[in-house]
Ligand binder design. Structure first.
Ligand SMILES: [Zn+2]
Length: 88
C-alpha cells in the first residue's frame, strides 16, 4: 500500500490515473470495477477483484463534490495512484 493512502481508509484518485493504472487498492491492471455512483465529476467505483470501493474524480475536479466513507462533500482530494511513478 502506498504511503499516500495510509492516513485514511478512503482512496481517492484522478480519472486519468484510473484510466492508466486501474484499481488503486489491489493494483489490477485492467478496469474491472463497476460504477456505483456517478455525480458531478465524481465516481464511486467498486473493484471487480478486491471488492474495495474507491473514489475517482474527473480531471480538473480537485475536491470531491460527494461524501465518501466518513468524509463529507468538499473534504476529499485525489491522491497519487500507487502505480503512478511520474508524480513524486
Ligand atoms: Zn481492486
Amino acid at each position: 500500500m502506498a504511503e499516500a493512502f495510509k492516513k485514511s481508509s478512503v482512496v481517492v484518485i484522478t480519472e486519468s490515473d484510473f484510466d492508466k493504472f486501474g484499481c488503486p487498492v489491489c493494483l489490477v491492471d485492467h478496469k474491472t470495477g463497476s460504477t456505483l455512483i456517478s455525480l458531478r465529476g465524481a465516481m464511486v467505483v467498486m473493484c471487480g477483484r478486491s471488492r474495495e470501493r474507491y473514489l475517482v474524480l474527473a480531471d480538473g475536479v480537485s475536491v470531491s463534490p460527494i461524501g465518501f466513507g466518513d468524509s463529507q462533500p468538499g473534504e476529499l482530494s485525489p491522491g497519487v495512484h500507487p502505480k503512478n511513478k511520474s508524480v513524486s
